[in-house]
Design a protein around this ligand. Structure first.
Ligand code: SF4
Length: 700
């Protein structure tokens, strides 16, 4: 498909590194970092630099559609016509009998923007239901609500180029040294060249990021808001706040001040398990810095108080006036490569395309008009966990799962298993048989993967990049947009007769005209010829926008940023008990990605962290009679996991850690961390709490 080389973007994390794909003498592809790319400047992390193995090895790939006529029959190979005719006839009959809200789509932050857009248009515009949600719900939805409440819209104000301009980083609920490695390399390099740069890490674990920090605040899980508020109070008391910014560009400060003064720094220290002097020191570093950037990921978002954690952290940027200026601002680190693109096209159950609001009648009318349909339903769809609860209860009859593996990634996986068994019809559209969810499909559709299709993605800093097709997909695998459009046409819907992904992209760009995410002047030609762009790109020849809110005008009706007062400051969803005395937090390891359907097949990525282990503090290990290397049984009210123990003071006393990547291995699901996790969600963002499940640990 290409001669010498082709440029694209890494398909793993939201950093969005540029990659050059080349061919060796055997016509096998290999990858290098793109030296000209503004994000990574030639660097790649272990996952990115091994991406070609994933493409070259097709032994696990789903090569043709498979279908079963009933649950008592095995699946068998069928033609695309037979597969999509069956899908459309089942969806038609289910909708006719039970109404449009009886079907749903569960998609992915790894989907390209064009795929996300089409799935969203198909579901909300034509199937007549808002039942489309995504695994980004597990990742960023608390940050989305936080941004909307603070700035008036889901808008990341900051840019990677701010890293080299900042002198203070507060990294909280994230381990970028492992999970956003190239971004972290930039921070490390910046600090090496500027030793005065100060890094504060907030985490119950001594991660590699924490080990590099000047100050590590090893807090107890769920106490983040108390900590940020104590820092806010100390900033105020020391006079290290920006009065002018607060007065002229914000609202709600009085209530915020009242809340931060309701708990003393001393009391906060006790609640968080962080020394008082360290809280004061953190506040002083932040308050005396010229450029303050906060960075966060799942540690904040995946919580029953995830939105409140976001709001409390965003308040620190407001109180110091550190937003919209070079080298400053809040910066949520997106886990998936295109979680941001999905948000842009409204690929969630409670959003509409181009950041329009599902609850706004005018917005619904505008979107309906654009797509040429009568109306968009005003009923919010099922969010990720709600969708599987609805399958379990029988309210949702048919589900279409694309590019995600909920049987490993959603909380309380035994319940997900039950829900999939309960469903009347399950479609799984994926690239790999390594996805555990495939086993529960009535219809399996082979999708094209990275390099096998074209489209666009948006990384954590609003940077849109074009990904070309470079190789042919194996077997009968097809690009996701083709599959969705083919299905839509078989359903009898107009408006899905596209000739290319580019036509879909152009339609989306047209829709953005006049909005805050306007990219109506950014077409495939510009992306191919000029490289990546940060939205908005609202004019002809516009070169993109690296930083938002430079004019201190926010997207709220008053154009002021809003101090929001968290209505709950502690996570009290599950208090440790005699039966379950420890708090389990889950997370990621350096060389694996999500549920390992791709990274798990690359042998050199297995050496760093070959099997899942339970990290446990020496005191807790002693109390529970567990020694380093013992097989332990970890129990919660939802299930059991059995893995070896790693006794380490890298984890705070009272807390244990399990990595989330492993699914069913060798017919056993005892490696799967989400056997244990609870089903609590944040009431506003509906993001599940993967960071706070009470468990017991014993030697097995
Ligand atoms: Fe890919 Fe993220 Fe690694 Fe960059 S940092 S190479 S985007 S996985």
């Amino acid at each position: 498909m290409f001669n010498n080389e082709v440029k694209t973007t890494c398909s793993y994390c939201g950093v969005g590194c540029g990659i050059v794909v080349k061919k060796d003498i055997n016509n096998k592809i290999f990858v290098e970092g793109d030296k000209d790319h503004p994000v990574n400047k030639g660097m790649l992390c272990s996952k990115g630099m091994n991406l070609h193995y994933v493409v070259n090895d097709i032994s696990d790939r789903i090569l043709y559609p498979e279908m079963r006529w009933s649950r008592s029959h095995p699946r068998e190979r069928v033609s695309w016509d037979a597969a999509l005719d069956r899908a459309s006839s089942v969806f038609k009959s289910v909708i006719k009998k039970y109404g449009p809200d009886s079907v749903g789509f569960y998609v992915s932050g790894q989907s390209l923007t064009e795929e996300y857009y089409i799935a969203n248009k198909l579901t909300k515009g034509f199937l007549g239901t808002n039942n489309i949600d995504t695994n980004s719900r597990l990742c960023m939805s608390s940050a989305v609500v936080g941004y909307k409440k603070t700035f008036g819209e889901d808008s990341v104000p900051t840019s990677y180029e701010d890293i080299e301009l900042a002198d203070c980083f507060l990294i909280t609920g994230a381990n970028p040294a492992w999970c956003h490695p190239i971004l972290f390399r930039r921070i490390e390099k910046h600090k090496e060249q500027n030793p005065d740069v100060q890094i504060i890490v907030v985490d119950p674990r001594k991660t590699d990021s924490a080990n590099f920090a000047d100050l590590h605040l090893q807090l107890l899980p769920g106490t983040d808001i108390i900590l940020y508020n104590a820092i806010g109070r100390r900033l105020f008391e020391r006079g290290l706040i920006d009065d002018d910014f607060i007065k002229n560009h914000t609202e709600g400060f009085k209530d915020y001040k009242e809340q931060i003064f309701s708990v003393s720094v001393k009391k906060a220290s006790k609640l968080c398990g962080v020394p008082e002097k360290d809280i004061r020191k953190a506040a002083d570093i932040i308050g005396l810095s010229k450029g303050f950037i906060s960075m966060w990921a799942m540690g904040l978002n995946q919580s029953v108080v995830g939105v409140n954690k976001n709001l409390a952290l965003l308040n620190l940027s407001l109180i110091t006036g550190q937003v919209g200026k070079p080298g400053s601002g809040p910066f949520s680190l997106t886990g998936q490569p295109n979680a941001m693109g999905g948000r842009e096209v409204g690929g969630m159950a409670n959003l509409l395309a181009v950041h329009k609001d599902l609850q706004n009648e005018e917005h619904r009318r505008e979107v309906a008009q654009f797509w040429g349909v009568d109306r968009i339903s005003d009923k919010p769809g099922y969010t990720a966990t709600e969708m599987f609860e609805a399958l379990e209860s029988g309210k949702l009859k048919a589900v279409w799962i694309a590019c995600t593996n909920p049987l490993v990634s959603l909380p309380n996986t035994h319940r997900i298993e039950k829900a999939l068994k309960q469903a009347k019809f399950v479609v799984v559209q994926d690239i790999s048989h390594r996805s555990d969810t495939v086993a529960y499909a009535d219809l399996v559709l082979p999708a094209a993967g990275w390099l096998e299709k074209e489209g666009t993605m948006t990384n954590s800093e609003r940077r849109i990049s074009y990904l070309p097709k470079a190789v042919n997909a194996p077997g009968e695998a097809r690009p996701d947009v083709e599959i969705f459009c083919d299905f839509a046409q078989r359903m009898g819907f107009r408006g899905f007769n596209y000739n290319s992904a580019e036509e879909i992209y152009d339609e989306y760009c047209e829709m953005t005209k006049g909005t805050n995410i306007d990219v109506s002047y950014l077409n495939y030609d510009r992306l191919k010829n000029e490289g990546t762009f940060q939205w908005p790109v609202p004019e002809y020849r516009h070169s993109g926008t690296s930083r938002l809110f430079a004019d201190k005008k926010f997207y709220t009706p008053s154009q002021k940023a809003v101090f929001n007062v968290p209505d709950q400051v502690l996570n009290t969803s599950e208090m440790p008990t005699e039966d379950f005395p420890l708090i389990l937090t889950t997370g990621r390891v350096r060389d694996q990605w999500h549920t390992m359907t791709r990274t798990g097949k690359v042998s050199r990525l297995k050496t760093h962290y070959p099997t899942p282990v339970l990290e446990i503090n020496p005191v807790d290990a002693y109390l529970n009679k567990v020694k380093d290397g013992d097989i332990t049984e970890i129990k919660s009210k939802n299930g059991v996991v059995r893995v070896r123990a790693k006794v380490t003071d890298a984890i705070k006393k009272g807390v244990v850690f399990l990595p989330m990547h492993w699914g069913k291995q060798l017919q056993s699901d005892l490696n799967r961390a989400n056997n244990l996790t609870n089903t609590h969600v944040d009431p506003q963002s509906k993001e599940p709490d993967f960071k706070f499940t009470t468990v017991s640990v014993s030697k097995y």
